[in-house]
Design a protein around this ligand. Structure first.
Ligand code: DGY
Length: 314
C-alpha cells in the first residue's frame, strides 16, 4: 500500500509509517496544498492524511482511484465531501477528544482577553497614552455578574461551561440535545442571544449553522456582548460582523477562525474591538501530537487490515 501525507505533522510520520507501507510521501510546501496539488498527491495513494485546509471534493476524488482510507488531522469534517467518500467506499477517520481542553482554553483566553480588554489596554500603553491611574480606564466585564451563552454543547462546549463555574458565571446553552451539565441551563436560541454577555460558538459547521450569526441575529445580542468563535469561520457572516463591530464599539469579537481562511474580512484586523488569532484552538503541544499520533496509528491499523478506532460514521 502507498501512503501520502499532505503536510509535515508534529511527529516523525515518515519514520513511523515507512515500515508499514510500500512508500510514504510527505508533501510539505510551507502552505496548504491547492486543489491541483492535492489531486496529484492523492492520485496513487491507498491511504492519505489530509488537513482541514484541504477540501476533499468530487474534483479531487475523481483522481483518487486507489484511495481507501482518508485520515484527517482534525476533528471537524466540514472540508470533506462525505457523500462522495461514502459512494467511493473510502473510510474516513478524524481526531476527536484530544483537542477538547486545548480549544476550551483558547476560547477562555479570548473571553478573558476581550472581557477585560487586555489587547486594547496593551495597545494604549504601547502608544504612550497612559498618563496615570484613571477610575474609568478600560472598564470591562464583571464575570461573576454575567451570563455565558454556549452554542453547541458537545465536548468542547461542556469544557467551556465547566471553566465558567470558576468565574461564577451563569451559563445557558443552545443545543439540539439536552446535556445534563452542572449549572448550565438549556434555552432557546433567541433567549440565549438576548441574555448572554458572552456568546461562545462550539457547534459544527453545517448548512443549518452557516451564517447563523448574520446581521439579524447579531443585532439581537446585547450591544456590549462579546462573541467568541473557536469553531468554524462561516458560522459567522464576517462582513456583517465587521459592520456590526463598527456600529457598536462596545460589542467585541474574539476570533480564532475565519469565513474564508486564511483570508480575513477587510477591516477586521484594524478594529480595536476585535481580537483575532490564526486558528490555534487546538495548538497545545500535547493536543497536536495526539492528533498526529491518531492519524498515524489509524493509517497503520488500516494497513494491517484492522478496524479503525476513530472512524467517522458515513
Ligand atoms: C479541528 O480539529 O477541527 C480543529 O479546528 C483544529 O484546531
Amino acid at each position: 500500500m502507498k501512503a501520502g501525507v499532505s503536510r509535515k505533522l508534529p511527529l516523525d510520520c515518515l519514520k513511523i509509517l515507512q515500515p508499514h507501507f510500500e512508500s510514504v510521501e510527505i508533501y510539505e510546501k510551507g502552505r496548504p496544498l491547492d486543489e491541483m496539488e492535492l489531486a496529484q498527491a492523492i492520485k496513487d495513494k491507498d491511504v492519505f492524511i489530509c488537513q482541514l485546509t484541504e477540501p476533499i471534493n468530487e474534483r479531487v476524488l475523481s483522481h483518487a482511484n486507489r484511495l481507501k482510507h482518508l485520515a484527517t488531522f482534525s476533528t471537524g469534517v466540514d472540508h470533506l465531501d462525505l457523500k462522495a467518500l461514502k459512494t467511493r467506499g473510502v473510510k474516513v477517520s478524524h481526531t476527536p477528544g484530544v483537542l477538547t481542553e486545548a480549544t476550551a482554553n483558547l476560547a477562555w483566553a479570548l473571553i478573558l482577553n476581550c472581557g477585560r480588554r487586555v489587547n486594547e489596554a496593551r495597545e494604549f500603553l504601547k502608544q504612550g497614552k497612559f498618563n496615570g491611574f484613571f477610575p474609568s480606564l478600560f472598564l470591562g466585564l464583571s464575570f461573576e455578574r454575567s451570563t455565558l451563552g454556549i452554542v453547541g454543547m458537545g465536548k468542547i462546549g461542556q469544557a467551556v461551561a465547566k471553566r465558567a463555574q470558576c468565574f461564577g458565571m451563569r451559563v445557558v446553552y443552545f443545543s439540539r440535545r439536552h446535556f445534563p451539565v452542572d449549572g448550565a441551563t438549556q434555552v432557546g436560541f433567541e433567549e440565549l442571544l438576548k441574555e448572554s454577555d458572552v456568546v461562545s460558538l462550539h457547534c459544527p459547521l453545517t448548512p443549518q449553522t452557516r451564517h447563523l450569526f448574520n446581521q439579524e441575529n447579531l443585532s439581537k445580542m446585547k450591544p456590549t456582548a462579546i462573541l467568541i468563535n473557536t469553531a468554524r469561520g462561516p458560522i459567522i457572516d464576517e462582513t456583517a460582523l465587521v459592520e456590526h463591530l463598527k456600529k457598536n464599539p462596545d460589542f467585541q469579537a474574539g476570533l480564532d477562525v475565519f469565513e474564508k481562511e486564511p483570508q480575513v474580512a477587510q477591516g477586521l484586523l484594524d478594529l480595536p474591538n476585535a481580537l483575532s488569532v490564526p486558528h490555534i484552538g487546538s495548538a497545545s503541544r500535547w493536543a497536536r501530537e495526539e492528533m498526529a499520533r491518531i492519524c498515524i496509528e489509524e493509517a497503520m491499523r488500516f494497513a494491517r487490515g484492522e478496524n479503525l478506532q476513530y472512524e467517522y460514521p458515513l
